[in-house]
Design a protein around this ligand. Structure first.
Ligand SMILES: Cc1ncc(COP(=O)(O)O)c(C=O)c1O
Length: 349
């Protein structure tokens, strides 16, 4: 790939942090394509830098913005490979539609993530569990005080060489006050506004010594939904169970992948409503043997403690089945296992 001298210099001067962590640095490369007067313009690879945005833009005023998160792996492969980027492109199209933004064409989305990945090759970590985290985003650029939305948009992709989100089993606190999403709202798309509304509870939970809040359904506050930036799975009666998608949960690509991989691991997979009180009782009785978080950033991360107010429940088993799922997932992503379902996309093709 031919890079401009400025971009080549930015890449060769870039230092990765040690420890790498998750999202600690933004890589020196970004991809930008604009949607102007009803048409997508050609995308461009450039040096990562602040970009001008009118302070009255709809993305800043009304959160007319959505994003994605996906990874390129380069552990055993000849070339860095992207995991299911077509699913991210589809989810971004759904988010865009919900927020009245134009769909980013699949070819533009894929060309963009491939271009950033190829340019970042010298900076992609090659140790197991590490990867290039890519963050595509789409946002409104016009200034509109009446609530009409923009006509002109920007699609951009930034990236971060990263390790997993958490380095150890996490503790989770049931969120009893705030709600993340309402039925008919935007909880099932990846809108930045969903996350703005989650920060307060997430901070509160971290201040209390936990890692992530567990959101409950907004109507009865009884059914578990997801964590602030990842889905949740439980092993109940030997089956992989994840809360049924009900319009308020983000349909995670990792979650869907694990539900598919369960079959390979000889485990039934169920998507069903999971009542928080039954879940806590099932953990106490041993029917629920394990809990874990899953997501692009988290990969598969065991949960050691689930707290609900004063009721603190410790999982009897931590990281047994989660470790099997993580090994199966990373095996495919890192090129050790056959990719029989066509999930990996070579970034050089
Ligand atoms: C709120 C939320 N739920 C779930 C997920 C997991 O989704 P995925 O597996 O597609 O990364 C994420 C991560 O993007 C998230 O932000």
């Amino acid at each position: 790939m031919n890079l401009s001298p400025t971009l080549s210099t930015a890449i060769s001067n870039f230092q990765l942090p040690d420890p790498l962590g998750f999202g600690r640095v933004t890589g020196p490369v970004m991809f930008v394509a604009d949607y102007i007067n009803g048409a997508w313009q050609a995308g461009e690879l450039m040096t990562y830098e602040p970009i001008a945005l009118n302070p009255a833009a709809t993305s800043l005023q009304f959160a007319q913005q959505c994003f994605e998160g996906l990874k390129a792996f380069w552990v055993e492969q000849d070339e860095p490979a992207l995991f299911r980027p077509d699913e991210n492109a589809k989810r971004m199209a759904r988010s865009a539609e919900r927020l009245c933004m134009p769909e980013v064409p699949h070819t533009l989305f894929l060309d963009g993530v491939k271009a950033v990945t190829q340019a970042m090759k010298p900076l992609i970590p090659r140790r197991s569990g590490e990867s290039l985290y890519l963050r595509p985003m789409l946002y409104g650029m016009d200034t509109q005080y009446p609530l009409a939305g923009s006509d002109n948009f920007r699609f951009a992709i930034v990236c971060s060489p990263s390790a997993a989100y958490f380095a150890k089993p996490i503790s989770v606190l049931v969120e009893r006050d705030a709600c993340r999403a309402a039925v008919g709202g935007t909880g099932d798309v990846k809108a930045g506004g969903n996350y703005a509304g989650s920060i307060q509870a997430t901070r509160r939970c971290i201040e209390r010594g936990y890692d992530q809040p567990l959101w409950l359904d907004p109507v009865e506050r009884r059914l578990i939904e997801e964590l602030s930036a990842m889905n949740i799975c439980a092993i109940i009666d030997g089956a992989l169970c994840s809360p049924a998608l009900n319009g308020t949960i983000l349909p995670g690509i990792t979650r869907a992948t694990l539900l598919t991989l369960a079959d390979d691991l000889g485990m039934p997979a169920l998507e069903q409503p999971i009542d928080i009180n039954s879940l806590l009782d099932d953990i106490d009785s041993g029917r629920c043997s394990e809990l874990f978080a899953c997501g692009t950033a988290a990969i598969v991360n065991p949960i050691a403690v689930l707290a609900d107010g004063q009721r603190i429940t410790r999982l009897q088993q931590v990281d047994a089945e989660a470790a099997r799922f993580k090994a199966a997932l990373l095996g495919i992503q890192e090129g050790r296992s056959a990719d029989s379902r066509g999930w990996m996309f070579n970034s050089a093709e």
